[in-house]
Structure formats: C-alpha cells, structure tokens
Design a protein. Structure first.
Length: 394
C-alpha cells in the first residue's frame, strides 16, 4: 500500500466519524489559533512601540550631566567638543525643558511640552515646517522671544496654521512671537499632550526662564550609526576629563535602547507562543487517545489485512498518516480562525495586527509533528498485533 492509498483511507476514516474527528481536531484548532493570535497581537503592539521609539531618532545619543560648583560643563564647551568631532556628529542641541502654561488670550493649555532647543533641532528630528521658518542661530545669541509651535497648538489656540503665524503666545507670562509651525506628525488625530502638542524656543531663552545657567541635557546625532560606539567613547572621554567621576554624567544611545527593546519583544513573543503551545500538547494527547480507540475498533480489520500478507510497516504507515492528516486538517482550520481573529481583534484594539508568517509556519509544523508523534504509539500497537488474536476479537 502506497502513501496515496493510506491518505485516501485516512480521509475515509475521518469522514466516516465526523463528530469524533472534529472533537479530536478541536484541541489542535484551539492551540494553533491561540499561538497565531497571541504572537501576532504581541508583535503588532510591540511593532507600534518600536516605531514610536525609533521616531525619537535611532542615531541619537542623549547626554545628561550633573553640574557642580567645582566641576561643570558649559554650553560653549559642549559646542567646542562638537565642532572638534564633526566627523562623528551631524547635529547637536542643548535641551531645556520648561514646565509652564501656554496661553492665547483666554485660551490656555497645561499639557503642551515647552522646550528650549538649537537651530539644528528640526533637522535632527527629521521634521518639516508647515509654515514660517525655524529658530536661527541669531535668535539664540540675541535671546529673541520667538518660538515654533506644533500643529495641534496652532489649531487649538488659533484655529489654523495661517492664523497662528506671527501671532503672540504667552509662555509662562512671557510674550513670544510664533515664527513657524511644524507639519502634522500624528495622522490619526490631534490630541492634547500628543506628538503635535509642543512649543520650541531658543535654548538661551528657556535657560533664562528656568534660571538655569548650566544646561544639563544635550542630544547628539551621529553622522554614521555604525560609529555609535566610537561617538559614545569620545563623549565619555571628554566628560570624564572634566568631571573625574562617571556618576556625574550619563550617556545613552537610542540605538542600544532599541536593540534592548527588540530583544524583549522577541523573548515575550516566544514566551506567549510557548504558553499557547501547551494547548497543542494537550491536543496531542487527545489525538493519541482517539487513535488508540480507532485501533481497538479496527482490530479485526487489522487481523484480516495481516493474514492477507500486509506488512508491519504498512499497518503502521496507515495509522500514522491518519493521525497526521487529522492534525493537519485541524492545523489548517486553526490557521484560518487565528488569522481572521487576529485581524478582527487588532482592528477592535486600534492597532495594525497581522498574522506573522513565522507563527503560522511554526504552529502548523508543530500540529503536524504532534500528529506524527502521538500517532506513532497507536500505530505501533496496531502493527504489532498478532493476526490470530486480532481475528478472534469482536
């Protein structure tokens, strides 16, 4: 008997006991669908997190220092270091965060992020202007009270981009002139505290508003991501020479954080996939149980075939293929259900979740493997039946 004949007999047996076959497949269906749904949803959510994280700039290095009265680094010293290492760095900006309220007349916002930045900040963030111009070096040197606002601020406080341009906005009680509006970042919706709710001003003005003579936060953009380690080492050597204590400064490369995040994503995905995969093992026990019942029911048939000259491997092949076919059909149904459920749940949760090819391939392969593995013992039992004892069974 060839494999094709064994396959036809397996299908005949499955169709002859539809309800029993379906209940046998049910465990496989649930297991495969669970693996696909969990892994795909986790990957969808984590992909969103990774994209959000990457938008911060994977080529950026954040530097935070603790300035003391005896040991400190000034903005001029940081810029001097930056100019001396232009082969490593593409842009640099001091960062000054201002905790305050922004107002236009009676309209105000407490959720708006207010920051002091340099003239290179827009290019560093890879953003574009919707209207107007960006902060210039002359604005920083002369401490001009000008600012660039996000798309949300322009619409929320002024009713439009054109209406906001060249208007006055109150920041912490100080009047600033809006010289530019940044293009919209969030395509879904404009919301308070979102990625379009910000105000940028010259860092010199922000430092004056916060009464902070020594700025403690800087961001560098590397000229080449392949030289991130070299860039970090250069910053570390420079700051160590000044502070003499590595606890007084912190250097963080965004690319390293992104790599760590990706590792966590992969580990979490494997963990959840493994947990869901336990149901496949339980389903395998169900397959083995039903196959043992099938062998018992067909003992006389096995005896007749062996008496007519059927070889041991032929009998074993028949039952192993039957178990594998049962598991495979369950796996295919599970893939369909899992794929549809992933799309539906992902849409309901507001994220882009699609079945990952790896989850589909692995779950289906495991389902087929389980059919072969758990179908072997019943098949071996059938193959080792004594023909005379098998013919005597009722």
């Amino acid at each position: 008997m060839n494999i094709l004949q064994s396959f036809k007999m397996a299908m005949k047996s499955i169709m002859g006991n539809k309800m029993r076959s379906f209940l046998t497949m049910l465990g496989i269906i649930i297991g495969v669908a669970s693996v696909i749904i969990l892994v795909s949803l986790v990957n969808g959510q984590m992909s969103y997190m990774t994209e959000s994280f990457a938008s911060m700039g994977t080529n950026q290095i954040s530097v935070n220092v603790t300035n003391l009265s005896t040991r400190s680094v000034s903005v001029d010293e940081m810029y001097e270091f930056y100019e001396d290492n232009r082969d490593l760095f593409a842009q640099m900006t001091p960062n000054v965060t201002v905790s305050t309220t922004v107002k236009n007349g009676t309209e105000s916002s407490t959720s708006t992020t207010v920051s002091g930045v340099s003239e290179e900040y827009l290019e560093m963030k890879d953003m574009e202007l919707e209207a107007g111009r960006f902060i210039q070096y002359s604005d920083i040197v002369s401490r001009q009270k000008v600012c660039v606002v996000g798309y949300y601020v322009a619409w929320d406080l002024y009713g439009g981009v054109d209406k906001a341009l060249d208007q006055t906005i109150k920041i912490g009680g100080n009047a600033f002139r809006i010289i530019g509006v940044v293009s919209r970042q969030d395509d879904d919706e404009l919301e308070s505290g979102g990625s379009d709710d910000f105000v940028w001003m010259p860092y010199s003005c922000a430092a004056k508003m916060t009464r902070n003579a020594n700025i403690s936060s800087y961001t560098f953009a590397t000229a080449d991501m392949n030289h991130t380690d070299e860039a970090k080492t250069a910053i570390d050597d420079f700051l160590m020479e000044i502070f003499k204590d590595e606890d007084l400064y912190r250097i963080t490369a965004m690319s390293e954080l992104l790599d760590s995040l990706n590792s966590m994503i992969a580990m979490m995905s494997m963990l959840l996939g493994g947990i869901a995969g336990i149901s496949l093992l339980v389903a395998g026990v169900g397959v083995m149980n039903i196959m043992l019942v099938s062998v018992t029911e067909r003992t006389r048939e096995i005896g007749i075939r062996k008496a007519l000259g059927a070889k041991k491997r032929t009998i074993m092949q028949q039952f192993v293929i039957e178990a594998a076919v049962t598991s495979s059909i369950g796996g295919v149904i599970g893939i369909v259900i899992g794929s549809v459920a992933t799309t539906v749940i992902g849409t309901a949760m507001g994220m882009n979740a699609t079945p990952t090819p790896s989850a589909v391939v692995v779950s289906f392969s495991v389902s087929v493997g389980i059919g072969l593995l758990f179908g072997y013992m019943p098949a071996n039992r059938a193959a080792n039946l004594n023909p005379i004892d098998a013919l005597r069974s009722e």
